[in-house]
Design a binder for this molecule. Sequence first.
Ligand code: WTA
Length: 657
Amino acid sequence: MNAQIDNLLTETRRFEPTPEFVAQANADETLYARAQADRLGFWADQARELISWQRPFTSVLNWENPPFAKWFEDGTLNVAYNCLDRHVEAGNGDRIALYWEGEPGDTRAISYAELTDEVKRAANVLTDLGVRAGDRVAIYLPMIPEAIVSMLAVARLGAVHSVIFGGFSADSIRARVDDAAATLIITADGGYRKGKVSPLKPAVDAALEARGDLPTQQTVRNVLVVGRGGNQIEWTEGRDHWWHERVPAASSVHEPEAFPAENPLFILYTSGTTGAPKGILHTSGGYLTQAAYTHRNVFDIHPETDVYWCTADVGWITGHTYVTYGPLANGATQVLYEGTPDSPNPGRWWELIEKYRVSVFYTAPTAIRAAMKLGRKIPKRSDLSSIRLLGSVGEPINPEAWMWYRKVIGGKTAPIVDTWWQTETGAIMISALPGVTVTKPGSAQVPLPGIEVSVLEENGTPVPPGSGGLLAITEPWPSMLRGIWGDPDRFRETYWSTFPNAYFAGDGARLDADGDVWLLGRVDDVMNVSGHRLSTAEIESALVAHPFVAESAVVGATDETTGQAVVAFVILKESQAEETADHAAVSAALKSHVSTLIGPIARPRDIFVVAELPKTRSGKIMRRLLRDLAEGREVGDTTTLADTTVMRIISADVAAR
Ligand code: WTA
C-alpha cells in the first residue's frame, strides 16, 4: 500500500473533457449550484423528474430520529413499474432492455415490452407461491435474465429480495436465509462458468437440510428453479417448482400496486468487522431516486443511443444499482454477460464490446489490472471505438491502471469516472461528473451534487487540504441504508458512533490541495479482494472451526492483481500434532475448508503455520505486524506487544516455509 500511496501523492496528470463530450453531456456545473443552494429541494427535483410517483410526496426528508432517515415518506410508488411499464407506456416498448450473452455463446435480446411481460408473469407465480408484500425472497442465480426478472417481480409485489452471490457456499446461504426468514428461494440448476456448468441448486438443497446442531430451516416453503445448466439435480416434490413450467403458463396481466417510499426493497449481506455478515437494508423511493440520478449523470446515459455495460454480478451492490435498478429506471439498453472474462478466450469482454457496440463500460480495477497483465494486444484485436465513457468501482484504482484503461480501452479520449460508494450508501457518492470535472488518475475526486462528505481527524475535526484522515458523510442521502436487518443497535454502533453527527464509512482518505478526495483503503478489519468485501473475523472463525486449528489471525496483504489477498496465520492444536506434521498439506486442507465454508472468494492465498500470534497486553491481535510479514516488509514497532520476542518467533516460522 505504501508504494501506492506515494504514487498517488505525486500524481499530477490532468485530463479535460473534450468539447464534443461537454456539448452533449447530461451533467453541467448548474447541478452543483442547484444542490448547493437548496440540497433538499435539489433531491426533491431529482425524485420528481426521474421517478413516477403514484401519490406525490410532500415531505422530502424526515431526520427527526437520526440515524433512521425517511425520504419522500408520504409518497407512494411501484419500483418495478418505474423500471418497466412506464417505458412501454411512453412508447419505448420495442427498445432493447437486455442484450444477454450466455458464456457458451447463446444470446437473447429482450425488449422493455418483453421484460415487462415476463416480470408480470413471474409476479403472478410468486403470488401463487404465497409471496406477499413484506415477505423475504432469496435469489441465488447465475447472471441470466431471470435474475433481473426475479428481483423486479419481488419488488413489484412490495416484497423484499435478498440476492445471494452465486459463489457463496451452502453455509452462507443458510445464514442469510435464516437471518431474513425467507419463505421462497429462486435458484437455477446451475450456470456456466469458465466453460463448465457450475451447479447451484445442490448448495440450496444443502442449506435447507437439517444438519446436526442446526435446526431444520422452517421458513422456506418453496424453491423456484430455473433450468439453465441442464445438470442433474435432486428434486423435493411439493417444495421445488420449475420456472419453465410455471412462469410461461402464468398470466401476463398484473396491476402494479403502489407502496410507500419507505417500503423495504432489498436486503444485501455484506462483510463487516465482526464474524456474521450484516443484512444491509434499502428501501424504495430514495434508493431508486439516487440510483437513477447517478446512473444518468455519472454515466451520462442517453437511453436512445447508448449501450451500457456494467460487468458486476447482481449478487453485489454494484449489480443491484447499476445492472438492475439504475439502468432500467432510466430506460437504458444494456449488456448482461453470464460468464467469466476469459472464457473461452481472454478477449471475451472486448469481443462483446465490439459485438454490441458498447458505449459506456463500468468495471473494477482488478479486472483492469488483470487485462493489463495480459497485454494490450488482446483488447487491440477488437474494435473498441464505440466506447465513449469508462467507469471504475470497488477499490482504489492505481494511476498506472487508470492510464492503461484510458489509452487502451478508452481510445485516449473517453473520460474515466472513478466512483466511490458502498453497499451501505446504495449508490455512487464520490465521482467525477463527465463533461464537467477535469479528471485526475487515481482520485475519486468530488462528492456528487447533493452529497456532503468530509475527511475528518479521529476527534471529528476536518483535516486541512493536503492531509489524510477518515472519510465521513455529513448529511443524510436518499439511497442511504435504513439499517441492519433485525439489529438497530449494530447499525448505530457500526456507522454512527465514531463521529457524533456523521456516518463513518470505514475508509481512510486524503484531501489534496484542490480539495479532491483520494481513497486509501479500509481502516478497519475489512479486506477488499478483487473489489469484494471480506471480513478478517469471518475467515478467522471459519479457520478455528476446523479441528486442526487452535487460533488464527487473518490479514489483507497487498496483491498486484487483486488489490488485497487473504493471508492467514494459524496456530495448530497440540492434540493434532501427528495429523498436522506436514504443514504444506495442512495449508492446502485449510484453504479448501475456508472455500467450502464461505465460498471460493474467501480462499486464503497463503496460510502460515506459526507457534505464536502477536498480541497487545489486552489480548488484541496486532494485524499491522502480521501485514508487514505477509507483505515481506521489515516488521514495524513492536513495543506495545505483551511479549516483544514473539515477532522473532513468527518471522522464523514464516521464513522456514
Ligand atoms: C471500496 C462496492 C476506492 C471502499 C460499491 C468501500 C473504493 C468498499 C471505491 C465498499 C473506489 C469502493 N475507490 N475504494 N472508487 N469503490 N471502494 O460495499 O473501501 O462492496 O468502503 O461496495 O469498497 O465495498 P462494497
